[in-house]
Ligand binder design. Sequence first.
Ligand SMILES: NC(=O)c1ccc[n+]([C@@H]2O[C@H](COP(=O)([O-])OP(=O)(O)OC[C@H]3O[C@@H](n4cnc5c(N)ncnc54)[C@H](OP(=O)(O)O)[C@@H]3O)[C@@H](O)[C@H]2O)c1
Length: 267
Amino acid sequence: MKIQGCIPLVTGANRGIGEALVHELLKRGATKVYACARNPALLETLVASDPKRIIPVRLDVTKPEQAEAAAAMAIDVNLLINNAGVTHNGVTLLHDDAITNLREEIEVNLIGILNMFRAFMNVLGHNQGAIANVLSGVAIQHNPMCATYSCSKAAALSMTQGMRTLLRQRNTLVSAVIVGAVDTRMSKDIPSTVVKATPQAVATAIVDGLERGDEDIDADAGSIATRARVGRDPKKAERHNDHRLPPLPPLKPLMRIPDEKKSNSET
Ligand SMILES: NC(=O)c1ccc[n+]([C@@H]2O[C@H](COP(=O)([O-])OP(=O)(O)OC[C@H]3O[C@@H](n4cnc5c(N)ncnc54)[C@H](OP(=O)(O)O)[C@@H]3O)[C@@H](O)[C@H]2O)c1
C-alpha cells in the first residue's frame, strides 16, 4: 500500500512502538495520523511535534463504544494499525495470577483488535483501507515465561488470518506484524542480555512491509530468527525456552475423597 497520502489510525500511540509508528508514517508522507490513547493527555508532546497532522483520539480498545465513536469521527482512515497491547512477563501458566493475567491480555490483545475491526470495517471498505495487527514472536513460538501473553498473541494471529480471509473479497491487505524484543516500557523486565530492537527501527520495518504489501511482516532480527527456528524444526523450537523454566512444584500427596463423603457433600 502507498503510505504517501494515506491516513492511518494508530492505537496505543502515546509511547513505545505506537509513538514511533506515528513519526514514521508522517515522515513517509501520511497526510495525517489519528493517534489514539486511553488518556489523551499523554499525547500532548506527540501532538505538539506536528499539531496540524496529528489528531489525538481518546480510545480504550476494550470499549466497543469508544471504537465506534472513533470510527464515526475518523471516516477518512485507510490504514488501521492495531498496536495497543499489554503483557505479563516472567510468569508461567502455573502462576497464581495466570488466569487474571490471561483475561486482561485477551481483553486488550485479542478482543481489542476485534472491537477495532468491527468498528472500522465499513470505513476501511469505503476507503480501500488496510489493517496491520502488531503481534509478537510468541504468537508463532510459545514462550513459557510469558505464557498467558503468548496465548493471547497466538489467538490474535489466528484472528488476523480470519480477518484476512473475510476481507479477501475486497482485496484488503491484512498484515500480521511479528515483533521480537523491543526497547519499550513493555520489555523493561526482559534481561539486558536480550538484544532489543529500537521502536524506531521496528516502526520503519512495519511501514516498509506495508508499502511492499506483505501479509506477514517480521519487523526485527528477533522475529526473523524465531520464524526461521520454527520453520527449521518446530518441535525443537517448542523446547527453545525450556532452560528458563523454574522447577515444577513438588507433587502433593493424592487423597481420594471417599464416595460416601462426596455424595454427602453433594447433597
Ligand atoms: N516491546 C516488546 O518487546 C514487544 C515485543 C513484541 C510485541 N510487542 C507488541 O507491540 C505493541 C506495542 O507495545 P510497546 O512495546 O510499544 O509497549 P508499551 O510501550 O507498553 O505500549 C503499549 C501501548 O498500548 C496501550 N494500551 C494498553 N492497553 C490499552 C487499551 N486497553 N486501550 C488502548 N491502548 C492500550 C498503552 O497505553 P497506556 O499508556 O494507556 O497503558 C501503550 O500506549 C503491543 O501490541 C505489544 O504486544 C512488543
